[in-house]
Design a protein around this ligand. Structure first.
Ligand code: NAP
Length: 249
């Protein structure tokens, strides 16, 4: 039987890369998925692809740095599909690529808004919906950058992604006793738009013990593990899906 049958999942950043692969996998596993990104066209393409394969999907466009986006995502999950079981808080931005002293306050704040404040806002709306059911799984997509390594010019990104680890522990302390599991997923370099051009991907491949970067579908499988019943005793943790990157640092 499909592992997410009768489950309802919010997936942010679902129009591309890891979020898109996760949306398609979760729908194939039986979940009703409520998908988000800012751009409508690419997001609708994912919704259409899922529906063509017999899956159930809906879309909510909006910036994850805004509370109203999460309020609407949860409203669609609960009113249209009857509740919320899973949230893959995946949308993110790489932010400015420059040495720290050249980063403006605005660039810093924009990066934290998209990567960290967005996570607070998502949980702020998702947790109450999960409390209604007495069970839920929150996954925050972090990165190997900020935990395993610092990379030149990526301080704002690294700080925002490392911050997710603290948030996961706090949510666990607050709500695990209510049946809500929160975990961080730390992908290694992954073959998406965010990974840059071929030269950048080749450079990133060399950082990993497997000497390659991931396909987004491989990260989606790790998200499926954290979202579903196979990780029922995994809470407050950080799962590295990083091709051995952390192990060889
Ligand atoms: P991607 O292919 O560029 O996809 C990013 C997705 O997020 C798109 O759907 C984008 O759509 C959406 N998005 C970006 N900013 C948003 C915002 N403010 N509000 C709502 N949606 C937003 O990137 P990806 O590689 O799959 O990245 C997914 C996550 O994995 C990110 O959190 C990233 O930091 C993390 N990660 C990636 C790698 C890697 O090497 N690729 C490694 C480690 C971690 P719109 O632009 O239309 O909004």
């Amino acid at each position: 039987m499909a592992s997410l049958q009768n489950k309802v999942a919010i997936i942010t950043g679902a129009s591309s890369g890891i979020g898109r692969a996760t949306a398609i996998l979760f729908a194939a596993e039986g979940a009703s998925v409520v998908l988000n990104a800012r751009g409508a066209e690419a997001l609708e393409e994912v919704v259409d692809a899922i529906r063509r394969q017999g899956g159930t999907a809906d879309a909510v466009t909006g910036d994850v740095g805004l509370a109203e986006t999460h309020e609407k995502l949860v409203r669609v999950a609960t009113r249209r599909f009857g509740g919320l079981d899973i949230a893959i808080n995946n949308a993110g931005t790489v932010g400015p690529i420059k040495p720290l002293a050249d980063v403006t306050l605005q660039e810093w704040q924009d990066t934290l808004a998209a990567n960290l404040t967005s996570a607070f806002l998502s949980a702020r709306y998702q947790v109450p919906a999960m409390l209604e059911k007495g069970i839920g799984s929150l996954v925050f997509v972090s990165s190997f950058v900020g935990t395993s390594v610092g990379l030149p010019g990526m301080s704002a990104y690294a700080a925002s992604k490392a911050g997710l680890m603290g948030l996961v522990k706090g949510i666990t302390a607050d709500y695990a006793s209510n049946g809500i599991r929160a975990n961080a997923l730390l992908p290694g370099g992954t073959d998406t738009a965010m990974a840059g051009d071929n030269a950048q991907k080749e450079w990133a491949a060399g950082l990993h013990a497997l000497k390659r970067i991931a396909q987004p579908e491989e990260i989606a499988l790790a998200a499926l593990f954290l979202a579903g019943p196979m990780s029922s005793f995994v809470a407050g943790s950080a799962l590295f899906a990083d091709g051995g990157n952390a192990a060889v640092k």
